[in-house]
Write a protein of this length. Structure first.
Length: 202
């Protein structure tokens, strides 16, 4: 084993997470605040961007790959659908000060979640909760949508660093729980096969 392998952390799981929602709802700022701890990172028109980071929850260490599908004319929905299909989890984001973004995320929920595998985890996120006087989507409306699809709901502000880490904590805890259940199921399936193999050999 070389020095790089010795120093490489051992991850309990690796999760791919997509931020989904209309252009301008704050997806890039959310990721920038969470990964880099700063506000003011804005989307470029070149397409999706990727960030990675490690996250420790309890005794577990997880590697996160965050996908930010930026606005690409005529390709945004195609790109989002493509990444959504391979993601372990997603943050479905709308801007609490822009009704159209909430209407869009309700449509996305209908498109993406009706046939979604139960092994994936999703959260509904209302952004820009610091802009209280500009709010047009009430929390009760968002909670109703979240309840319809069995989602957890949280309001965040990347600018004021409100609930960014809490939202990610909640999503990663759910992903870790699913990963552990999958591991236990796999063990139950693999053990009889391994025992059967031993009997044949003997």
């Amino acid at each position: 084993m070389n020095q790089h392998e010795e120093n490489s952390p051992s991850y309990d799981s690796t999760f791919k997470i997509i931020t989904a929602g209309d252009h301008g709802v704050g997806k890039t700022c959310f990721i920038g605040r969470f990964v880099e701890g700063r506000f003011g990172i804005f989307c470029t028109p070149r397409g999706p961007s990727f960030k990675s980071c490690d996250m420790k929850r309890g005794a577990g260490l997880y590697r996160l790959f965050l996908v930010d599908v930026c606005k690409v004319e005529c390709r945004h929905d195609i790109l989002t659908n493509s990444f959504f299909g391979v993601a372990n989890g997603a943050l479905l984001m709308f801007d609490t000060t822009r009704l159209s973004s909430f209407v869009s995320i309700a449509r996305y929920c209908n498109e993406w979640l009706k046939d979604a595998p139960v092994t994936r985890c999703y959260m509904l996120i209302g952004t820009k909760c610091d802009l209280v006087s500009e709010r047009v989507v009430e929390a009760a409306e968002a909670e109703t949508l979240a309840a319809k699809w069995g989602l957890k709901y949280m309001e965040v502000s990347a600018k004021d660093d409100v609930n960014i880490t809490s939202a990610m904590d909640m999503l990663v805890d759910d992903l870790a729980e699913v990963a552990e259940k999958n591991r236990l199921v796999k063990e139950k399936v693999d053990k009889p096969l391994a025992d059967a193999g031993k009997c044949i050999i003997s």
